[in-house]
Design a protein around this ligand. Structure first.
Ligand code: ATP
Ligand code: MG
Length: 395
């Protein structure tokens, strides 16, 4: 909900603000670029203005721009606001107009902040709240309702942010994903299976500023075209969060390797496969200049993800393996998948065969896995990575 005549979207970022001046400037520049790319992708016009600790987007489509802004990494919250002169009269007029247009019954409160030098305005924020509150009171009465103030939990809250040269009046703070602007970290490879967990893990790494290079390992008879299409659909959704950055899905054909592992290993099969996948991810990372690997694993969620088994798979690569879901429960990951927009695709039935054995080892030793897995497993991983196909993703 925004005030009538809203002409600007106030953008708040979080951790960027605590960086040194130089780093902050670089991160704010990146955020401004990412916002512009997001507007382009959604056919929106918006001029991004940078000011201390805030960005402002001037637009004639405040609601759509607020939605786009709050889908952009690094944004903590955003508000569609009306710009007014930084005087009590102008602020009270805007509060009155917003109330007349948007008040829908119940209690109200005015929440005012002032920014800038202490002598920038001849009034304090408490003056804005008391005079603004009186203006809203009158407006509620003029609507034929009985005004009532509730400062703690009002039904209708009006915000004022007063800066030296401009004041902003708005009615909501819409939450964004938080994190850091995409592109402020070096890229990582994300092992994406298309299941519920791995796209969420990739999204979380993106939220912390890392561009991701998705790698899908095609399991041959144990995967199939529907399985691959499912992975691709989740990557297409991820690409929507990275406008202006061409994304591609790297497909590693592991059909023969999986068939061999299924024939030669039983209880340690999944661990050898996981190690193979990490080795392919490392090879792709080397070629693509990525500095880590992201997986969707969470402690104990599956036999290959017990705390003991993760120790065995982790050492298959010299790169750091990032597991953003590590301590999350399945329900939390599922909820986030719904919010991110990958859940529907992740739960399409692909009817693929099960690679996992009936009784997988849950407490493997590295020595036992090394002994059991084929000697040329990592060589084959590098070869499969080298001959991978790269599918461009439209965003
Ligand atoms: P997901 O929902 O992400 O598939 P999961 O709990 O089913 O996760 P596993 O199947 O045990 O987990 O796989 C663990 C991790 O290994 C996945 O989160 C993903 O990062 C990676 N992975 C599994 N299968 C593939 C695949 N075919 N291609 C690429 N990565 C994969
Ligand atoms: Mg899976």
């Amino acid at each position: 909900m925004h005030p009538p005549d809203a002409d600007v979207v106030v953008v708040r970022h979080g951790e960027v603000g605590v960086k040194s001046e130089q780093v902050r400037r670089r991160m704010e520049d990146r955020l401004a670029e990412n916002l512009a790319a997001m507007f382009d992708a959604r056919g929106l016009a918006g001029d991004v203005e940078r000011r201390r600790n805030r960005l402002f987007v001037h637009t004639d489509r405040p609601a759509d721009v607020t939605d786009a802004v709050t889908d952009t990494f690094g944004v903590v919250s955003a508000s569609a606001a009306v710009t007014v002169d930084p005087t009590l009269d102008a602020i009270c007029d805007a509060l009155r107009a917003a109330t007349e247009a948007r008040y829908d019954g119940g209690t109200f409160a005015v929440d005012a902040r002032r920014a800038g030098p202490s002598d920038a305005h001849p009034f304090a924020s408490t003056d804005i709240e008391s005079e603004g509150g009186a203006a809203v009171w009158d407006a509620v009465e003029s609507l034929g309702e009985t005004p009532e103030v509730d400062l703690d939990d009002p039904d209708f809250r009006l915000y004022v942010e007063c800066r030296p040269d401009t004041a902003y009046v708005f009615l909501t703070k819409q939450s964004g994903p938080g994190g850091m602007p995409l592109g402020t970290q070096r890229p990582v490879v994300a092992l994406v299976s298309g299941g519920i967990d791995s796209p969420v893990a990739a999204w979380k790494a993106m939220r912390r500023g890392c561009p991701v290079i998705p790698v899908y390992v095609d399991l041959g008879d144990y995967g199939g075209p529907d399985h691959r299409a499912r992975a691709r659909a989740t990557v297409e959704t991820l690409a929507e969060y990275a406008p202006g950055r061409p994304m591609a899905m790297h497909v590693v054909d592991a059909g023969d390797v999986v068939t061999d592992l299924a024939a030669s290993l039983t209880d340690l099969r999944m661990l050898a496969l996981r190690r193979f996948m990490l080795a392919t991810a490392e090879a792709v990372a080397e070629e693509e200049g990525a500095v880590g690997v992201v997986t969707g694993e969470a402690i104990g969620q599956k036999s290959s993800q017990t705390s003991a088994n993760v120790a065995v798979t982790d050492v298959a690569t010299d790169l750091p393996v990032h597991r953003p879901n590590l301590t999350a429960d399945k329900a939390e990951i599922t909820n986030l998948a719904r919010d991110v927009g990958t859940f529907e695709d992740s739960t399409v039935d692909t009817g693929c065969n099960r690679v996992a054995p009936e009784l997988p080892e849950t407490n493997a030793s590295l020595a036992a896995v090394r002994e059991a897995e084929p000697d040329d497993l990592f060589e084959r991983a590098r070869e499969c990575a080298r001959t991978r196909t790269v599918e461009a993703i439209e965003s």
